[in-house]
Write a new protein. Structure first.
Length: 97
């Protein structure tokens, strides 16, 4: 069992606090977000990384993402603009990446 496969019943109080981290973000929260993206068939973002490519190094990618988030050095990527048809023309819809 890896650190990302924590049982649901584990309480936040039992998770260790890391020195030097500016945000308290449980790893299970990142894992749950990954499962949601995967189940929704998430598309590649602005960086072009597909679900399959991200999943090939899943533990490493999730750890890097978590580490950047808890240290405060993570900034989300740009919003992808997609034009959708509307009556009388099109409208730009912003898709988070």
């Amino acid at each position: 069992m890896s650190e990302w496969d924590q049982p649901e019943g584990r309480s936040r109080m039992s998770e260790p606090m890391f020195q030097g981290k500016s945000h308290d973000i449980p790893k299970r929260l990142i894992w749950a977000a990954w499962l949601k993206v995967k189940s929704n068939g998430g598309a590649a973002g602005a960086d072009g990384v597909t679900i399959e490519r991200f999943e090939a190094r899943l533990q490493d990618n999730l750890y890097k993402l978590w580490n950047r988030m808890v240290s405060g050095s993570y900034f989300p990527g740009p919003v992808r603009a997609v034009e959708i048809p509307k009556k009388g023309g099109t409208r730009v819809l912003g898709i988070p990446t």
